[in-house]
Write a protein that binds this ligand. Structure first.
Ligand code: HEC
Length: 141
């Protein structure tokens, strides 16, 4: 009984000791400072509670800043504006570098066939003609 107890203590010493070598940390190369990170409560992030709006308060919000330069005037401008700003601003047109005429054709096709712009064929032709006249490189086909 006594021997078993001693053996038990000895075994647990061997098990515990290697884990508790205080020097081992200082021997880490490049270690200048050591500390302990607390595990905290895993999986929880504290957030502020929701803002409570009261019905008798007036909230002021500014206008959303839109920088949408007007498109170049020309035949087909209105129809282009009608169909080409369902999904995004017409800045997508004016911010392009000078594209070739065929590139504009491709873009309008892409808007219709890839992005699903509901533009009838006749209107699409007019839009392409407008874009090619106003936004394409003149010497480029
Ligand atoms: C059904 C929605 C929709 C309509 C209508 C639409 N577009 Fe787009 N357009 C998109 C989407 C989506 C993108 C890609 C946006 C992105 O990548 O941020 C895009 C991007 C563009 C770009 C950026 C270049 C590129 O190839 O991605 C241009 C130029 C453009 N559209 C022009 C037009 C023109 C001209 C029209 C009118 C014929 C038009 N769009 C109508 C959805 C639409």
């Amino acid at each position: 009984m006594k021997m078993a107890k001693i053996r038990c203590i000895l075994i647990s010493l061997f098990v515990i000791m290697p884990g508790k070598t205080p020097l081992a940390q200082n021997e880490l190369p490049g270690l200048t400072q050591s500390g302990q990170y607390q595990q905290g409560i895993l999986g929880s992030i504290s957030q502020p509670g929701p803002i409570r709006y009261s019905p008798d308060t007036i909230y002021l919000v500014g206008t959303y800043p839109l920088n949408t330069p007007e498109l170049i005037r020309g035949e087909g401008l209105e129809i282009t504006q009608t169909y080409c700003r369902f999904c995004h601003s017409t800045t997508y047109i004016s911010m392009q570098p000078q594209l070739s005429a065929s590139a504009w054709h491709t873009i309008v096709d892409k808007m219709i066939h890839t992005h699903g712009a509901p533009i009838p064929e006749e209107e699409a032709k007019q839009i392409i003609a407008y874009l090619q006249a106003q936004y394409a490189q003149k010497d480029h086909k």
